[in-house]
Design a protein around this ligand. Structure first.
Ligand SMILES: NC(=O)c1ccc[n+]([C@@H]2O[C@H](COP(=O)([O-])OP(=O)(O)OC[C@H]3O[C@@H](n4cnc5c(N)ncnc54)[C@H](OP(=O)(O)O)[C@@H]3O)[C@@H](O)[C@H]2O)c1
Length: 247
């Protein structure tokens, strides 16, 4: 029986992905900043562990407590919508600490066991915004594009050890807590000079009938974890798939 460790399982794609793997008889280590036992059905195959990917001690403790794992899914992430000029460097660092450096820290923490066993799969969840630039998303897009570039290079470096690395690129998903969490970081990120422009961007948002469902992401992650012949980048969700096809 295989074991997967997933980051950011308190809601959204991470929670759905944990459920998806549980339903398919995997052992699941669902990690959350604030562990909650009531989010997923009780199972002997489920462990809920505390993990904040921005905290090196938390990363060390979670990976040590997890023991042997076969697949790491770096899903934890925060959004940020706003103009760079109105965004504090503290906020920029917070976004990169979680989305970019948190992903690298988790990969680094599991590599010794993967390398020793000459086996393992890493799936990094980034975003379809890296396929085509969108307004007022420069910081968030940069944090995810950096993970794409990191993952591409890492895949080559880990090939000799039979460690596979893949990317999943979800599209826009209004059904997760992502938008609410992103708005928390948005408080001061639209300066007056950008207000009119931002209004036009807001007006154009959410017009596409295609969206991404959490289930689309869980399916894409499952594929990346289980199918060695899958593409290196997997778009998840109708909007992301259409965008990837048009690029
Ligand atoms: N929803 C979208 O439109 C969309 C589109 C493309 C890509 N994505 C990406 O998909 C991933 C999942 O997003 P989602 O839509 O499922 O959003 P979500 O519902 O907000 O879930 C994000 C998860 O990340 C966790 N998290 C945040 N900071 C963390 C940290 N420092 N350490 C550990 N966990 C942390 C959150 O935990 P807490 O409960 O502790 O905050 C939450 O469980 C993210 O990487 C996001 O960038 C989302």
């Amino acid at each position: 029986m295989k074991t997967v460790l997933i980051t950011g399982c308190s809601s959204g794609f991470g929670l759905e992905t944990a459920q998806y793997f549980l339903d398919r008889d995997w052992k699941v280590i669902a990690t959350m900043r604030t562990p909650r036992e009531d989010l997923l059905p009780r199972s002997e195959r489920l462990r809920v562990l505390a993990l904040d990917v921005t905290d090196p001690e938390s990363v060390r403790q979670a990976v040590e407590a997890a023991g042997q794992i076969d697949v790491l899914i770096n899903n934890a992430g925060i959004g940020m919508f706003g103009a760079l000029e109105g965004t504090s460097m503290k906020t920029v660092r917070e976004v990169f600490e979680t989305n970019t450096l948190g992903t690298m820290a988790m990969v680094q923490a599991v590599l010794p066991q993967f390398r020793q066993r000459k086996a393992g799969v890493i799936v990094n969840v980034t975003s379809s915004v890296t396929l085509k630039p969108l307004s007022l998303l420069s910081v968030y897009t940069a944090s995810k594009a950096a993970v794409n570039a990191f993952t591409e290079s890492l895949a080559l470096e880990l090939q000799p050890f039979n460690i596979r690395v893949n990317l999943v690129l979800p599209g826009r998903s209004p059904e997760t807590r992502f938008g609410d969490n992103a708005r928390r970081l948005m408080r001061v990120s639209i300066p007056d000079a950008y207000a009119e422009f931002a209004q036009s961007v807001f007006a154009g948002m959410g017009q596409s009938p295609n969206i991404t469902r959490a289930q689309d992401v869980a399916e894409a992650v499952w594929r990346a974890a289980n199918d060695p012949s899958c593409p290196f980048r997997i778009a998840a969700g109708a909007d992301a798939v259409a965008l990837a096809a048009s690029c």
